[in-house]
Design a protein around this ligand. Structure first.
Ligand SMILES: Nc1ncnc2c1ncn2[C@@H]1O[C@H](COP(=O)(O)OP(=O)(O)OC[C@H]2O[C@@H]([n+]3cccc(C(=O)O)c3)[C@H](O)[C@@H]2O)[C@@H](O)[C@H]1O
Ligand SMILES: Nc1ncnc2c1ncn2[C@@H]1O[C@H](COP(=O)(O)OP(=O)(O)OP(=O)(O)O)[C@@H](O)[C@H]1O
Ligand SMILES: NC(=O)CC[C@H](N)C(=O)O
Length: 554
């Protein structure tokens, strides 16, 4: 009977739909694992396809190609090296399953299907996959392996059934996206399953960005007493060996890595950087371009872009008009200089005046106002898109979650762009992360150290500079008030009465509710951005656009 067993954890960054590339990553990881004397290499959920493959699963050709790629990978295990446990879509009897395959001895030795398909928040798996039956453990090299797939460990049923059927070790492949609370939630559910079954658990998670989701990795192993026996790093790929031994009570992880896992502001900042980096790299953009206004949102986006791609791939453009202050010009230039990025100034006066002239006959007799203000924003947006078209860089759009929630942005203006790294950060978090970045360069970030967001940008009153002496607070409550109300309504579904009971003025709470519902039409046209919170706009928090419901306050 096997008494010790070496499992390599392959925490890699697959590219969605790049089956040949993902198989090549798996082969390279297997070669490395063989050099480390691994018996088995474990990959993440649906690794062959990338996670989440969404409606590609509805294409029979896609599922067939994943099955073919899995068979081809199985053939490489005929050489006597390590076996592979790898996630892949699998078709059977006209249904598609979210499967994990054991590849050994040159063939597919076993297939198990995910039972519990998540269908909440950003997950939509019931739409594309069929649920599998409660699975049997898989026998391999004298071990009985229980293979619950991601959501299968979030409730007791699947793991309980595996234990009842004689599983000795739980190995869970995951595609578990990051949120600020996720690490604690994962450890809590994993410890609960270990306590219920008395079985150790190896949890392997994907790393990297995929559209609005970012996967932090942070794979780990728990022993039978719930103690953390191995911890892989977050925010990077890793191939790490865990050594397992059988003792009187069963299997235990006796050796594994013990990496530090970033938390709080550091984790949030890294999520934004890696989400942006992978969006740009996986869509093969040469770099990015963004409007640098001298304000904090574009400054932190420029810092994140530099940290993601390196200064040489970031192009910042100041687009001044008559309301742009000298302080904004100085602050934008200082920020670009500190980051070491290319910085150009393209005044927009000629375009604003040309539009003014064109529209004068139509606008005759009407008071100047929002139309003229938004034109400035649209001219900036059009200019940035022209630079994107000419040189290929993607426009980074820079609205924070407070603005996105309140509709405080111009459609076809500053909302232009391909991706928004701060879409799920409230303005108060933008301030906190800017201070953080001035004090730390998190691992893997390619930008310089020291102050990259000049203090004046952090301390001055936020303004859109679309008219004389404008500040954000002319239109919105102070950001600490706005963000507290928004978090209650958007992230926590609190009744308005509870928000008022916490001390907010009823008219302010009603105003925020109104802005939130009225601006859904803008959010439906907004660029995707990195998910950080429990409820991000995009796939997750969705309101109807036509919506006359408003909550009554007593
Ligand atoms: N339900 C609905 N479904 C579809 N479309 C709808 C709509 N309701 C209005 N609309 C359309 O949307 C238009 C209004 O939206 P929009 O044109 O964006 O303009 P609007 O939301 O009226 O104004 C933009 C706001 O963003 C603020 N802001 C803040 C920060 C930065 C910037 C900046 O630009 O740099 C701007 C600016 O001060 C102003 O308060 C309407 O004219 C109408 O055409
Ligand atoms: N003068 C400008 N030059 C270049 N880009 C600008 C300028 N004004 C606005 N933008 C772009 O439009 C976005 C929205 O700008 P605005 O200043 O109006 O609002 P904001 O949310 O306070 O952003 P920021 O804090 O970056 O100023 C900016 O982040 C920037 O990308
Ligand atoms: N892929 C999945 O099944 C993910 C769902 C799971 N609850 C998670 O986010 O970790």
């Amino acid at each position: 009977m096997t008494a010790s067993f070496r499992i390599a954890c392959a925490q890699l960054n697959p590219v969605l739909g790049d089956l040949a590339g993902n198989v090549a990553l798996a082969r390279a990881a297997r070669d490395d694992a063989r050099a480390l004397a691994a018996d088995l290499v474990v990959f993440t959920e649906l690794f062959i396809a990338g996670y989440p493959p969404e409606d590609l699963i509805l294409k029979p050709a896609f599922v067939a190609a994943c099955m073919e790629a899995t068979r081809a990978l199985a053939a490489t295990t005929a050489d006597g090296g390590p076996a592979l446990l790898i996630g892949t879509p699998w078709g059977e009897d006209g249904k598609a399953y979210n499967a994990v395959a054991l590849l050994a001895g040159g063939r597919i030795q076993a297939l198990r299907y995910k039972v519990d398909l998540p269908n909440y928040s950003v997950f939509d798996e019931k739409r594309v996959f069929a649920p599998g039956p409660l699975p049997e453990p898989v026998d391999f090299a004298g071990l009985r392996l229980g293979l619950p797939i991601c959501e299968d460990i979030w409730t007791p049923a699947v793991v309980g059934s595996l234990a009842a059927r004689g599983a000795e070790l739980l190995i869970s492949p995951n595609g578990s996206p990051f949120t600020l609370k996720k690490r604690t939630q994962r450890l809590d559910v994993a410890r609960a399953r270990v306590a219920e079954t008395g079985l150790p658990l190896l949890y392997i998670n994907q790393f990297g960005g995929q559209d609005e989701l970012v996967f932090d990795g942070a794979s780990f192993a728990l022993n039978r007493d719930g103690a953390l026996a191995a911890q892989l790093p977050a925010w990077e790929t890793a191939l790490a060996i865990t050594e397992w031994r059988r003792d009187a009570g069963g299997w235990a992880c006796v050796e594994g890595p013990s990496a530090r896992v970033e938390e709080g502001r550091e984790a949030a900042y890294l999520a934004c950087v890696i989400g942006l980096r992978d969006y740009v790299e996986k869509n093969r953009f040469p770099g990015v371009v963004l409007g640098l206004s001298g304000g904090i949102d574009s400054a932190i986006c420029a810092a994140m872009a530099t940290d993601a791609l390196g200064a040489a791939r970031v192009h910042c453009i100041m687009l001044p008009y008559r309301y742009t202050s000298n302080a904004s010009l100085d602050d934008a230039a200082a920020c670009a200089e500190a980051l070491g990025v290319r910085y150009d100034i393209v005044p927009i006066h000629t375009a604003v005046e040309a539009f003014g002239g064109m529209l004068a006959p139509l606008f005759k007799g009407a008071e100047p106002g929002l139309a003229e203000e938004n034109l400035q924003s649209r001219i900036r947006g059009t200019t940035l898109m022209a630079v994107s078209n000419k040189f290929g860089g993607m426009v980074v759009t820079t609205g924070n979650k407070s603005e996105v929630s309140a509709g405080y942005a111009t459609l076809y203006g500053d909302m232009n762009g391909g991706f928004n790294p701060i879409k799920d950060l409230y303005k108060t978090q933008v301030f906190a992360l800017s201070r953080f970045r001035n004090e730390h360069v998190p691992k893997g970030c390619l930008g310089p150290g020291g102050v990259v967001i000049p203090d004046n940008i952090i301390t001055k009153a936020p303004t859109a500079e679309l008219r004389e002496n404008q500040t954000d607070q002319d239109s919105l409550p102070p950001y600490d008030v706005l963000d507290d109300i928004l978090e209650s309504l958007v992230d926590r579904e609190e009744p308005l009465s509870a928000v008022v009971a916490r001390g907010h003025a009823p008219e302010t709470v009603k105003k925020v509710e109104r802005l939130l519902y009225l601006s859904e039409y803008k959010r439906r046209q907004a660029a995707p951005g990195v998910k950080i919170t429990e409820r991000n706009f995009g796939r997750d928090r969705r309101y109807p656009i036509v919506n006359r419901f408003r909550e009554q306050l007593p």
